[in-house]
Ligand binder design. Structure first.
Ligand code: 4NP
Length: 167
C-alpha cells in the first residue's frame, strides 16, 4: 500500500458547526482504527462569516463529551483546496453547488467532490437542520437535538467512508 496520505476536506457554510464536527469525528474514527497516519483531515466553509472563529460551543461539547479532540479555526474554502485534497465532502446541496462552482477555477483539480451524507447507511443524504439552529441567537435553549443528530450522522458516514476504502 502506498505511503501517500489521503487528504479529506469537510465543507459546510460557516465552518463552525457541521464541518469541524465531521472533521473531528472522522479523525477520531480513523485514530480508533489505528489509521491516523493514513489521513489528513481538515474543514472549511463556503462563506466568510466566521473566519478565525473556533467551532460552535455545541459542536465542541458534543465532541469533548465523547472524548473526541476538536481544534479548528474557521477558514474559507479556497481554489487550491481542489488541487490539494483527494476528497471534498459537502454537508448539504448548497455547499455542494458552491464547491463545484469554485472547482471550475482550479488549475489542476484532483478532488472527488460529493455529499458526505451519500455514505450514510440510513440514507440521510444532506445535513441540513443545523443551518437553521446555528442562526438562533441563543444556543442554550434549543438546538441540541439537531447537533446530536448531525454528530450521529457524521459518525455513521465516517465509518462507511473508511469501509468504502477497504479499511
Ligand atoms: P455550519 O452552520 O455551516 O454548519 O457551520 C452555520 C453556521 C453559521 C451560519 C450558518 C450556518 N451563519 O449564517 O452564520
Amino acid at each position: 500500500m502506498s505511503d501517500q496520505k489521503i487528504k479529506v476536506l469537510f465543507v459546510c457554510l460557516g465552518n463552525i458547526c457541521r464541518s469541524p464536527m465531521a472533521e473531528a469525528v472522522f479523525a477520531h474514527t480513523a485514530l480508533q482504527k489505528g489509521l491516523q497516519s493514513r489521513f489528513i483531515a481538515d474543514s472549511a466553509g463556503t462563506s466568510s462569516y466566521h473566519i478565525g472563529e473556533p467551532p460552535h460551543p455545541r459542536t465542541i461539547k458534543l465532541c469533548t463529551d465523547s472524548g473526541i479532540r476538536i481544534d479548528h479555526s474557521a477558514r474559507m474554502l479556497e481554489i487550491n483546496d481542489f488541487d490539494e485534497f483527494d476528497y471534498i465532502f459537502c454537508m448539504d446541496d448548497m455547499n455542494l453547488r458552491e464547491s463545484k462552482k469554485l472547482m471550475k477555477s482550479a488549475k489542476n483539480p484532483k478532488a472527488t467532490v460529493k455529499l458526505f451524507g451519500e455514505y450514510d447507511p440510513q440514507g440521510k443524504t444532506t445535513i441540513e437542520d443545523i443551518n437553521r439552529l446555528c442562526l438562533l441567537s441563543d444556543p442554550y435553549h434549543s438546538g441540541n437535538e439537531a447537533y446530536k443528530e448531525v454528530f450521529e450522522q457524521v459518525t455513521r458516514c465516517s465509518e462507511a467512508f473508511l469501509q468504502s476504502l477497504g479499511f
